[in-house]
Design a protein around this ligand. Structure first.
Ligand SMILES: Nc1ncnc2c1ncn2[C@@H]1O[C@H](COP(=O)(O)OP(=O)(O)OP(=O)(O)O)[C@@H](O)[C@H]1O
Ligand SMILES: [Mg+2]
Length: 321
């Protein structure tokens, strides 16, 4: 078992049972923005690789417990989709998996940026990227999967922050610290019985098992733009469930990033699997709500009144009004 930190020395990293004969480590740095896990970019005299290690907690918030076997979910997911020609092109290769150290060693896709800049609201998603997102989900949602770990502990963690915490009247999270006035606006959604009942039902559905392999966190932070094009990473919330969950999350982030309504139509022209529009709306609605009034905030550039109307729209999506 090797416990890695951001400042783990090259000497210690060199001891990992992975490197080729004669391979000498040159540098180690945080690979990018990430909250959950330790992710390092390690350069050697021959190549650059990514080390991703899960801890029994959220790395940035050690007081929040998280299942240490989540890294195994990523390994299983990447290994499964490697056999698909399309998905392979969007994913880093798994170079090694050291289960006793909860460590996954991935191909370095190279320096690039994720798509969280979209929340600034100044950019339209490039049509080629939109097509790539549809190609990815077409291939992923079309896979015939025999079995996949139920990922129940990660799902429970996610369930809490999607369906419960944002709507708890006394959750101790002062939304005025995000934006003055947001706390008061949020109370309407925390007190509405009909909404909370619909969310309980939807949340149970999220927790149950389905047949379609989902990326599970299909938002701009999981999309990378590198020299090799669009890549999709970080499938630690992957599970077998409703395809509408991946679609709903995607559409929610179109709204949060001020994208034009047309983008949904353009996406759906490419997306080829049948789906329930109602379920998609509901997952879309709850994702918008929880990103605006829950703990997993995004760098959105929305005024209070824009948030208010988006919250209202999201509520109506959940209730199908
Ligand atoms: N294979 C890779 N190639 C290149 N860069 C990568 C690779 N994997 C991760 N990164 C970089 O490291 C960052 C963090 O990785 P990742 O999102 O997998 O970590 P995480 O801790 O699970 O993050 P989060 O808190 O968002 O869940 C990515 O945003 C990206 O910039
Ligand atoms: Mg992650």
């Amino acid at each position: 078992m090797i416990e890695l930190e951001e400042n783990t020395s090259l000497e210690e990293l060199q001891r990992l049972p992975f490197w080729e004969k004669g391979e000498i480590l040159v540098s180690s740095d945080p690979a990018g923005e990430g909250n959950m896990n330790l992710v390092l970019r390690v350069k050697t005299n021959r190549r650059s690789v990514i080390l991703k290690q899960s801890k029994p907690y959220v790395r940035k918030y050690p007081q929040i417990a998280a299942p240490i076997n989540r890294i195994e979910i990523e390994k299983t997911y990447y290994s499964l989709i490697e056999t698909d020609k399309v998905l392979k092109g969007f994913s880093p290769k798994v170079l090694a998996y050291l289960p006793e150290s909860h460590l996954l060693i991935l191909e370095d896709l190279g320096l690039g940026s994720d798509f969280t800049f979209l929340y600034g609201g100044k950019n339209t998603l490039d049509p080629q990227i939109l097509k790539g997102l549809a190609d990815y989900l077409n291939a992923l949602h079309g896979l015939q999967i025999e079995s996949f770990p139920d990922n129940s502990v990660m799902k429970k963690l996610n369930h809490e922050h999607i369906f419960n915490f944002p709507f708890a009247v006394e959750n101790g999270f002062d939304l005025d610290s995000i934006q003055q006035g947001l706390q008061e606006i949020s109370m309407d959604y925390k007190r509405e019985k009909e909404l909370k009942e619909a969310l309980t039902k939807l949340g149970d559905r999220y927790l149950s098992n389905g047949n379609t392999l989902l990326q599970g966190d299909f938002y701009p932070g999981s999309w990378l733009n590198v020299a090799g094009g669009l890549k999709i990473i970080d499938p630690e919330f992957g599970f077998l469930g409703d395809k509408e969950f991946d679609l709903g999350v995607l559409f929610a982030h179109f709204s949060l990033a001020h994208q034009h309504e047309n983008l949904r139509k353009e996406f759906l022209k490419e997306y080829k699997h049948p789906f329930s529009a109602e379920l998609l709306d509901q997952y879309q609605g709850v994702e918008i709500l929880r990103r605006l009034i829950g703990i997993a905030q995004l760098p959105v550039s929305l005024s209070l009144s824009q948030k208010k109307s988006l919250l209202e729209k999201a509520r109506n999506l959940v209730l199908r009004n």
